[in-house]
Write a protein that binds this ligand. Structure first.
Ligand code: NAD
Length: 314
């Protein structure tokens, strides 16, 4: 790949992706488009490529990049705080941004890999498979379902084009500190416990999440450029791990014995269980997640402990 476009490259997953691409393709020209509404420049300290500070839902991509063609487009930009309930904003910015990307990519059939979400599956308690009907429980999830619909519609028109959606589950790892309350439960609980505070979770603590390491997420995202055809794939660890298990793992890694402080869940819609069926990604990409959540947490804690601050850069 010689020219690569990454939207949302200042964010958590986007910056990990950009830095991995930079290492894997040292001669490539990488362009990040990000309006920094939730991203942070500190995630891109070692980045050497170009940055266009713009809103993807308003940018004229054809004009901005009139002299460039890209070999791949990775679309990560999105409002990512699922508690933002402004429907006009969530739907406009997330959907129109993607539409602009697809319209820009269509003439050259540039491969597009975009971030969908496990949130599209809603609050069901089963293992989640890509062929299940979407059940978005909030407007963020609804906007991601629209991305999947748009991708399907465009790919039907252009059979030779590859548009690949990745339904990320609960991603954790370096560069997520800027997300605050929207960061992974692993990072939030770590931040409490490393200061000696009791970890706080919703009553019971048996809510389960498919926690997936950002290293695995970046790996599958890059592999997805070589997809055999357009489609949507789960991107998780394939393991449902409870908040109580996360706390036990963190206590073990930190050498603490902090007791959990349970409190009532204020949200009406809250996913009780997420768990990815990863067989489709294995079949088409030979992808097997490297990190079980327990091992991933241990590795992440070591990285966090060895850093000067939460702004872990490697
Ligand atoms: N982190 C997860 O667990 C998770 C789970 C499911 C899906 N996703 C999806 O993965 C992608 C990356 O998420 P993240 O966790 O890195 O979040 P993030 O908030 O750290 O990154 C999103 C980036 O997009 C930028 N952005 C947002 N709207 C924009 C716009 N209209 N124009 C330009 N830039 C814009 C932000 O400034 C930020 O840098 C998102 O599409 C998100 O919906 C993430």
């Amino acid at each position: 790949m010689k020219n690569i476009l990454v939207t949302g490259g200042a964010g958590f997953i986007g910056s990990n992706l950009v830095l991995a691409l930079q290492e894997r393709y040292p001669d490539a020209w990488i362009v990040v488009v990000d309006d920094f509404r939730s991203g942070d420049f500190r995630n891109l300290q070692s980045y050497r490529g170009d940055i266009v500070a713009a809103d993807v839902s308003r940018l004229d991509f054809g004009r901005q990049f009139s002299r460039m063609t890209f070999d791949a487009i990775f679309h990560q930009a999105s409002i990512t705080d699922t508690t933002v309930h402004d429907q006009r904003l969530q739907v406009h910015d997330n959907v129109e941004g993607f539409r602009r990307i697809l319209e820009f990519a269509a003439p050259n059939l540039t491969p597009v890999v975009y971030a969908s979400s496990a949130a599209t599956y809603g609050t069901r308690r089963t293992v989640m498979r890509e062929d299940m009907a979407p059940e978005p429980a909030n407007v963020y999830a609804f906007s991601k379902v629209q991305l999947d619909h748009l991708a399907r519609a465009f790919s039907k028109q252009y059979l030779a084009w590859r548009i690949v959606g990745l339904r990320y589950f609960n991603v954790y790892g370096p560069h997520e500190a800027h997300k605050n309350a929207a960061s992974s439960m692993i990072f939030q609980l770590y931040s409490q416990m490393v200061c000696g505070k009791r970890p706080r979770v919703f009553a019971g603590g048996e809510q389960k999440r498919d926690f997936v390491s950002v290293t695995d997420v970046v790996d599958l995202t890059i592999r997805a450029v070589e997809a055999p055809a357009s489609g949507v794939y789960n991107c998780g660890s394939g393991v449902a791990y409870s908040f109580n298990q996360v706390i036990a793992s963190l206590n073990e890694c930190l050498g603490t014995n902090l007791e959990t402080d349970y409190f009532e869940n204020p949200y009406r819609f809250y996913q009780p269980h997420t768990e990815a069926d990863m067989s489709r990604a294995k079949r088409d990409f030979g992808f097997v997640p490297q990190y079980h959540p327990k091992a991933g947490i241990a590795h992440y804690v070591e990285t966090l402990k060895s850093a000067d601050s939460a702004w872990v850069t490697d």
